[in-house]
Design a protein around this ligand. Structure first.
Ligand code: AMP
Length: 416
């Protein structure tokens, strides 16, 4: 693999996988261009190095060609951010002439890769009652044509850059398979490199004590994360809805709080592993409970293991937050993924916002802090702390898979 800083882009065409999957309103205005802006350093590096750009991305989850998922809606903003007029190829498989005509300093954006089933390599349009044989046959067909699809994309360029961390956990044509066409000319973009370094700072080179704060709704969605982290961290704070499964497993009374009985054995295993390894597994001690799941519910603070019937836990109480604050401020490395309460409802968002504040404070004291996951990122942003933590991850699913300890296909394809 190459490094973007030392690669000679002069006269070369670089095909760059970015994640321009930005939110659009009903008039196709971009409502948040963060993903575009974060890819700009990589794109500029190629242009300033004397190369030209073929930019590729997906947008949304189209199952066929659909105008509302067209990347043409964002060409204007990409041009503005990049500072050069960006051309548009309205079919990612028919861009030969436009790619060939690119001169150094010029850029071309390809239409949504997912207009083709071959990008993901998953068959489309199968009847709901298709048999396993039919499914297997359809998969074989799309996998076969995926080779030609990938080869076509690769044929446009001399080198490949992956800067799409958000899709790094997918083995798609543009995120992984294409790398094989550039054995000596493949590299990470700056955003991808930043994400990889951030995860390494936590999982491989952490300064201790290392603390993970994992929140969110369900144990089931983050079981592999908890299982991997318990073997790595000094403190494991489990908050939010998933905490109640652990509290119930310990014999606590959790009222109507969210929980998963079928995961109690796994919760007990994680607790046992923490004990065996001397990891401080910290569960909420005090909970804000509500008598309904809405903004005008009645609330009260109760011990987390004595929640009255008819009430459900919706946020961490001040005693839990004080306890977690102490752990956080004593840590040198902190990973945070998932809210400690029902963050969408402002009355129940206080605990999560507090955690954002403690992370900013820990960072100011010299700790390394990595924040990922939709609600946690929203909390640090809402508090104005996005630049007061060490790193805010752009890839929710990809980050989760990385902290599960998995090798992400998009990363492995460049390193291989
Ligand atoms: P996740 O996608 O797993 O990070 O979970 C985020 C979701 O967890 C958010 O929608 C929160 O509302 C939800 N959540 C957090 N705490 C609770 C709770 N105590 N009860 C129900 N849902 C919760």
């Amino acid at each position: 693999m190459q490094h973007i800083d030392s690669y000679d882009f002069r006269g070369k065409k670089a095909i760059v996988r970015v994640d321009f999957n930005v939110p659009l309103d009903e008039n196709f205005n971009i409502t948040d261009d963060t993903r575009i802006r974060r890819a700009i350093p990589t794109l500029k590096k190629v242009l300033q190095g004397g190369g030209s750009l073929i930019i590729m991305s997906h947008l949304g989850r189209p199952k066929k060609v659909e105008d509302k998922f067209s990347l043409k809606h964002i060409v204007g903003r990409v041009s503005e951010c990049l500072g050069v007029p960006v051309q548009f190829a309205d079919d990612c498989q028919k861009a030969d002439a436009q790619a060939a005509a690119l001169k150094p300093g010029e850029a071309l954006l390809l239409e949504n890769l997912r207009f083709y089933a071959e990008e993901e390599g998953k068959p489309r349009g199968l009847a709901e009652d298709a048999s396993d044989e039919e499914k297997a046959a359809a998969k074989k067909v799309v996998k076969e044509s995926q080779k030609a699809f990938t080869a076509k994309l690769a044929s446009y360029a001399d080198c490949y850059i992956n800067d799409a961390f958000g899709t790094a956990h997918r083995a798609h044509a543009s995120t992984a398979l294409i790398a094989a066409f550039f054995p000596n000319d493949k590299m990470f973009g700056y955003l991808m490199e930043g994400e990889i370094n951030a995860i390494d700072n936590v999982l491989k080179n952490a300064k201790r004590p290392l603390t993970a704060i994992i929140g969110g709704s369900k144990v089931s969605s983050k079981l592999a994360v908890l299982e991997n982290l318990v073997g790595k961290v000094d403190n494991l704070i489990i908050g939010g809805g998933m905490g109640y499964t652990f509290i119930k497993a310990e014999g606590g009374k959790i009222g109507n709080s969210l929980h998963e009985d079928e995961l109690i054995p796994q919760a007990l295993e994680i607790k046992a592993k923490a004990k065996e390894l001397g990891v401080n597994l910290s569960l909420s001690v005090q909970t804000m409970v509500a008598d309904s799941f809405g903004p005008d519910a009645n609330t009260q603070l109760v011990p987390s293991n004595a929640i009255p019937d008819g009430w459900e836990g919706v946020d961490a109480g001040p005693e839990s937050l004080e306890m977690w604050k102490e752990i956080i401020l004593k840590s040198k490395t902190i990973l945070w993924n998932g809210p400690v309460g029902v963050f969408e409802i402002p009355a129940f968002a206080g605990g999560t916002l507090q955690i954002a504040k403690y992370l900013a404070e820990a960072t100011a004291n010299g700790a390394y802090t990595l924040v990922g996951g939709g609600d946690s990122v929203a909390a640090v942003t809402k508090m104005g702390f996005a630049d007061k933590v060490s790193y805010v991850s752009t890839g929710g699913g990809a980050m989760l898979e990385a902290i599960e300890g998995k090798d992400l296909p998009g990363i492995a394809a460049i390193r291989d």
